[in-house]
Design a protein around this ligand. Structure first.
Ligand SMILES: Cc1cc2nc3c(=O)[nH]c(=O)nc-3n(C[C@H](O)[C@H](O)[C@H](O)COP(=O)(O)OP(=O)(O)OC[C@H]3O[C@@H](n4cnc5c(N)ncnc54)[C@H](O)[C@@H]3O)c2cc1C
Length: 397
């Protein structure tokens, strides 16, 4: 580790490593610091990733981390009716189930191969500021040793609890409706359709969220629940709900748990600003996760690419001002922002829906079919047949 870099990226998740790759490719001197001793481990993810999103972000697809290629996704109503979608009409949502630890490690490896430096067991403990209060690096604890490292830019890619965002004053605290609490079992000996990811809508077992099955092989899958924090009524509630749903589904109840994952997902509105003089936020730290699906891998990589390109351009121009960094702000917002807003509003409206409405919505959609799956198109189709079902969403149609 040297004393000074062009950019220090805090966090070697997908957003941080992908940012580092594009910055390094563009000639910037980049350091990634990661507090864990191993990139990508332990995994906190259901491991679904849309092929199209990864391609658009220019992620180099490596068969090593592709656990399974899906034929599509099923959105399943409480009464068992379902809507089937595939890459032709839901390309931004379906594609791969991945090995998330190998995926994160591969992205970090590519970044290092392109010239970035990666230091593990190195936790960022604060921002460094010069005599004028301008950000000029980070304070770290590297294997027990306190250090200061200087840089022209600091990138917060430190996940949904981003301290960098808080220290910079860019990330307000998330409301309880804007955090999904997730719990997942890796289960085996299941009787599943291993070519489809499945999303179960059920107010009874997943109020303000959904239950998922993401297959890992013919008989193994990630079986999880994600619901908004405000719906969690007591300690252990999430586990009770997931266990209750599993017990009610014999093909899943016959399975055995081989791994447990828990974690939070930010599903709030985008931040007012992801940049300031000398600093940018990306990925979950930049609140770029999809509020409806909770998916953040594709968006983090797309925004990371924009962020990395901006770092390289800023170094060439020797300009690290918020004004110059608008290149990133504009770039990622053009790609993602409208959808993030729309899906946030849809998420808010969905919280109030009951199982009867979910049944009618899914039945209508499966009967009518849909050319391209997004919140706007889904609502339009339902509105034509059952306007009363989508009254709560009128602002979105
Ligand atoms: C249960 C669950 C299931 C999910 N399922 C999916 C899914 O199927 N598909 C999908 O697309 N998304 C899913 N997500 C969301 C997805 O995991 C995140 O959106 C994604 O990880 C965001 O990537 P990131 O690089 O922004 O942050 P992260 O992957 O969280 O990486 C942040 C990194 O920063 C490091 N770090 C944090 N603080 C510091 C510090 N102070 N100093 C140094 N390093 C630090 C962390 O150790 C971590 O490695 C899921 C999330 C959960 C919790």
């Amino acid at each position: 580790m040297e004393a000074e870099y062009d950019a220090i990226i805090v966090g070697a998740g997908p957003a941080g490593s992908h940012t580092a790759r594009f910055a390094a490719e563009g000639g910037a001197k980049v350091l990634i610091i990661e507090k864990r001793q191993e990139v990508g481990s332990p995994v906190r993810c259901a491991e679904g990733a849309a092929r199209r999103s990864l391609q658009e972000a220019e992620v180099i697809i490596n068969p090593k981390w592709v656990s399974g290629e899906m034929d599509g996704a099923m959105i399943i109503a409480p009464n068992g009716n379902y809507l089937e979608v595939d890459e032709s009409n839901a390309g931004d949502e379906v594609g791969y189930v991945i090995e998330r630890d190998l995926f994160d490690q591969d992205l970090a490896k590519v970044a290092v191969q392109r010239g970035a430096e990666l230091v593990l067991k190195c936790a960022c403990t604060g921002l460094l500021k010069d005599e004028n209060g301008k950000i000029c690096g980070v304070k770290v604890n590297h294997m027990g040793e306190e250090k200061e490292i200087r840089s022209k830019l600091v990138i917060g890619a430190d996940g949904h609890e981003s301290l960098v965002g808080r220290w910079a004053g860019l990330s307000p605290k998330l409301e309880k409706n804007d955090i999904i609490s997730g719990l997942q079992y890796r289960m085996t000996n299941l009787d599943i359709n291993h070519k489809f990811v499945q999303f179960f809508l059920t107010k009874e077992f997943a109020p303000g969220g959904y239950i998922w099955i993401f297959p890992k092989d013919e008989t193994t899958a990630n079986v999880g629940i994600g619901i908004i924090l405000s719906e969690i009524k007591h300690k252990g509630h999430l586990k009770e709900l997931l266990d209750g749903w599993i017990a009610a589904n014999p093909k899943i109840a016959q399975g055995k748990i081989i791994d447990i994952v828990a974690g939070g997902i930010p599903v709030g509105l985008p931040l007012d600003a992801n940049v300031m003089d000398g600093l940018m936020l990306v990925g979950d730290a930049g609140r770029q996760t999809d509020p409806i699906t909770g998916g953040g891998i594709g968006n983090g990589c797309k925004a990371g690419r924009q962020c990395g390109l901006t770092i390289a351009a800023a170094v060439k121009a020797n300009d690290f001002s918020a004004e110059f960094l608008q290149m990133y702000e504009k770039g990622w917002r053009d790609l993602l922002e409208e959808r993030l807003y729309r899906n946030w509003m849809a998420k808010e409206a969905c919280i109030a829906l009951d199982d009867d409405v979910f049944n009618k919505i899914v039945t209508t959609l499966s009967e009518v079919g849909i050319d391209e799956v997004n919140v706007f198109n889904l609502l339009k189709v339902i509105n034509e047949k059952h306007p009363e079902l989508v009254e709560a969403f009128s602002d979105l149609i």
